[in-house]
Write a new protein. Structure first.
Length: 79
């Protein structure tokens, strides 16, 4: 049986798949997702990490990191 982008079950026939997608798009049914097995609290902390780090680093240090990243990107383009 075919699977959707997150591993959910989909109908194997074209018409059945089209009907399921139409029902999801119109809100007639909710698409069910499998639990990814990740800790929700850890996911929330991970989302906050970049913002917290950006606040704690000085503007000069951020510029230094950005310069280094740009140099690395351009070095990789020539290879």
């Amino acid at each position: 049986m075919p699977t959707g982008p997150k591993g959910e079950k989909r109908p194997a026939d074209v018409v059945g798949a089209a009907v399921k997608v139409m029902k999801i798009a119109t809100g007639e049914i909710e698409e069910e997702y499998a639990d990814e097995g990740k800790n929700k609290a850890a996911q929330e902390l991970g989302r906050m990490g970049g913002k917290a780090r950006a606040k704690s680093i000085s503007p000069e240090r951020r510029a230094e990191i950005a310069r280094k990243a740009a140099i690395t990107r351009w070095e990789n383009k020539s290879k």
